[in-house]
Design a protein around this ligand. Structure first.
Ligand SMILES: [Ca+2]
Length: 281
């Protein structure tokens, strides 16, 4: 039995490599892989995050490389294991295990291969795997950690292989996230900073976080792509600390703005920074 699985695995690796040379079109519905969003993760806890797939191809295999966190470094988080216990994984002949987790590089690969087809013509959906994370005691330094696909060898960013054609294609991927619980013990930041708004894109509300190492007069304004100011979010003296301000997509005139790209700029003491955000209705 073990020899059979090894043979399947080796054959599949060969096939996956071959499939990268010619990706087919995704017929029917847009096949999708998405990773769960886990709100309010506490420090020092184990967190379970589901991977779901939705497909109408008769799926014979999938490969999903994931990275966590995204561009954020030095977060106190460990990926412990992948477990294929979702309802759609039970018939898989081969499933990757914890050897495909690399905590040093914050990445993992979920790989599964079916002998019997997974979904035959009809749309099917459900959990296919669970990822187990453990957060450390200092898990508090940002608002959320995306779990995303990434591009690195030996396989493409994300690939499904329908068993009917034997040719891989790229499904739609929706990333998930581990959201950090608010820290109860406020500490004074050491630098001024302006974080990327969250969520982004957004509709209609988004949150902007910034830090003040000392009491400062703060001005935060939103501009449209023509450089016209549409909203003053903050214009007052604030005490030092980690601060947040919400924007509800309404301009100073009280009307909701149109979909599109906007910029938000902070001025605090001698510090100034500007970031882009997308309002998407
Ligand atoms: Ca499809």
């Amino acid at each position: 039995m073990k020899r059979n699985l090894t043979l399947v695995f080796l054959l599949s690796l060969f096939c996956l490599t071959s499939f990268n040379l010619a990706l087919a079109q995704d017929s029917g519905i847009r096949d999708t892989c998405y990773v769960e969003r886990i709100p309010k993760v506490l420090p020092g806890t184990q967190v379970v995050m589901n991977i779901y797939i939705v497909n109408d191809e008769a799926l014979g295999a999938f490969t999903i490389p994931l990275r966590f966190p995204d561009s954020i470094s030095n977060l106190d988080i460990t990926c412990d294991s992948i477990s294929f216990v979702g309802t759609r994984s039970e018939s898989a002949a081969f499933k990757s295990d914890s050897t495909s987790i690399n905590n040093a590089k914050n990445r993992l690969v979920a790989l599964a291969i079916w002998i019997t087809e997974l979904g035959i013509g009809n749309v099917a959906s459900g959990p296919v795997a669970k990822i187990y994370f453990t957060t450390g005691s200092s898990w508090d330094s940002t608002s959320y950690v995306p779990v995303d696909t990434l591009v690195w060898p030996p396989v493409s960013e994300l690939e499904f292989v329908p068993s009917a054609t034997g040719i891989g294609f790229m499904p739609v991927f929706l990333k998930g996230a581990l959201e950090v619980r608010e820290v109860n013990t406020p500490s004074i930041p050491t630098v001024f900073s302006l974080s990327q708004n969250y969520p982004n894109p957004f509709n209609p509300k988004t949150l902007i976080r910034f830090t003040l190492p000392k009491d400062s007069w703060v001005n935060i304004e939103v501009y449209n792509i023509l450089g016209q100011r549409v909203k003053t979010l903050v214009n007052e003296k604030l005490t030092a600390g980690v601060k947040e301000v919400e924007w509800d997509s309404k301009g100073d005139n009280g009307l909701e703005v149109a979909s599109g790209i906007y910029f938000y700029r902070i001025k605090a003491d001698d510090f100034s920074d500007i970031k882009k955000m997308v309002m998407l209705k």
